[in-house]
Design a binder for this molecule. Structure first.
Ligand SMILES: *Cc1c(COP(=O)(O)O)cnc(C)c1O
Length: 444
């Protein structure tokens, strides 16, 4: 395998002729409901670059949605997964177990917050991990209700659609949804009526009041929250919000679940984002960044909670597939070796400096936020009313794509540009990507 040159290159229109041909085949054979941000077909990817079938090379500010933090062809991931492929592809852990699964569970116990005894169960996707965290919490508490938050995103399966806040495109027409799910306010600093400084305590008080009045804490099995929200708009819950809910959960025997599927594994400059406020969750769900691009997810948590579900109650045919486990061990090895937490913090410093300077020039930028290599700008038509500007956001993303920069949008109002570069991206590509973004602002 030849190394992929770490250089942006646009040699055709975007999408190019070969991508257009594939796009026609795709339109005829792939269901419309499965969308794509940028309809160029990938040929190779690695480091900070995605190369398409026409030979265009895009600077990657997406990491396949926060997945390829170590790059899309990291040496240790490829090596370990290849070795495992040659030994065996699958036996099913529920039939005959293998060491890789146990080694991943051991690594998760070591890396997740808290020094209590921990256990894990492995799955294929983030949504599946969240579903299983809820199953475990219900089993442990003997209660049913699940509390989630405004702007939260937890997946596309039936239970996780219920847990997810946004209707379009995630839920529209797909109901009925699972019962016993309750949504409470989130400390969204930028949009909190009395300002960001008050958002933490006020939103926590409202959330706790609603739980007390509308559900009854003694009926709540779990509180499920993203320590930094992903699809909802890279919202960092205002200071104090997470610790207040953590305390409320402890006081009432509620299982506190941190959904770190997007924010975990060095993405925010910590192994897990909840560490920034010293919050120790009872259960933590992981996926995305865990295995360098191979499909793997996990629920990790207090041993006595994880062991509450009866033998045979958790699992799945492919859960903790040996090749995916090998990928995870390679990914974790790379994160440690290259100190990708430090790298994420360095990416934050570069990005925030540039984006803050852009915010001084371009009024459409209402907010610059995020942590580590999970950074976003929220775009508004007017800084006083904060009216969202989704059209400008889409136009900017498209302009970046045309110039060879892959960026993603998100947010309840579709007005957030999010930046999730691989943590191994070179400083030159990072800067060049920001230059392209700045030029796009000037043109639009
Ligand atoms: C992506 C995501 C999920 C769902 O993960 P899938 O692997 O797509 O099922 C759940 N929670 C959060 C916070 C996510 O970002």
């Amino acid at each position: 395998m030849t190394a992929l040159p770490q250089e942006r290159r646009v040699v055709t229109a975007v999408p190019g002729p070969k991508s257009q041909e594939l796009q026609a085949r795709r339109a005829a054979s792939v269901a419309r409901g499965v969308g794509s941000v940028l309809p160029v077909f990938a040929a190779r990817a690695g480091g900070g670059i995605v190369e398409d079938v026409d030979g265009n090379r895009f600077i990657d500010f997406g990491s396949g949605i926060a997945v390829t933090s170590v790059g899309a062809s990291a040496e240790a991931v490829v090596r370990r997964a290849t070795e495992q492929l040659q030994d065996f592809t699958h036996t099913c852990f529920m039939v005959t177990p293998y060491e890789g699964y146990v080694a991943v569970a051991e690594a998760l116990a070591e890396l997740t917050p808290g020094d209590h005894a921990k256990k894990s169960a492995l799955f294929n996707s983030g949504a599946e991990a969240v579903e299983n965290a809820v199953k475990v919490a219900r089993s442990y508490t003997g209660r049913q209700a699940v509390v989630v938050f405004d702007h939260g995103y937890h997946g596309r399966t039936n239970l996780t659609m219920a847990l997810t806040s946004k209707n379009m495109p995630y839920k529209h027409g797909f109901g009925p949804f699972a019962p016993e799910v309750y949504r409470v306010p989130l400390a969204y600093g930028y949009r909190w009526p009395t300002g960001p400084a008050n958002a933490g305590p006020e939103a926590a008080a409202q959330a706790v009041d609603q739980i007390a009045k509308q559900i009854g804490p003694e009926n709540v099995a779990a509180i499920v929250i993203e320590p930094v929200l992903g699809e909802g708009g890279f919202i960092e819950p205002a200071k104090g919000f997470l610790p207040a809910l953590r305390k409320f959960a402890s006081d009432h025997g509620i299982v506190f679940v941190a959904d770190e599927i997007q924010s975990g594994f060095c993405r925010t400059g910590q192994w897990f984002a909840c560490e920034d406020e010293g919050v120790v969750p009872d259960l933590i769900t992981t996926a995305k960044g865990i295995a360098g691009g191979l499909p793997l997810a996990a629920v990790t948590g207090r041993a006595e909670i994880m062991d509450a579900a009866h033998a045979g109650g958790l699992g799945g045919t492919y859960g903790g597939n040996p090749v995916a486990c090998a990928g995870a061990l390679g990914s974790i090895e790379t994160m440690k070796e290259l100190d990708l937490n430090a790298r994420a913090k360095a990416i934050e410093a570069t990005m925030k400096a540039r984006l803050t300077a852009m915010a001084e020039k371009f009024d459409v930028i209402g907010d610059v936020r995020g942590r580590g290599a999970m950074i976003a700008i929220e775009l508004v038509k007017d800084r006083t009313t904060k009216e969202p500007a989704p059209e400008t956001t889409a136009a900017l993303a498209k302009a970046c794509h045309q110039e060879g920069l892959l960026v993603l949008t998100c947010g309840t109002y579709g007005n957030v540009l999010r930046f999730l570069p691989p943590l191994v991206i070179g400083e030159d590509l990072l800067t060049e990507g920001l230059d392209i973004l700045e030029q796009a602002f000037t043109r639009i």
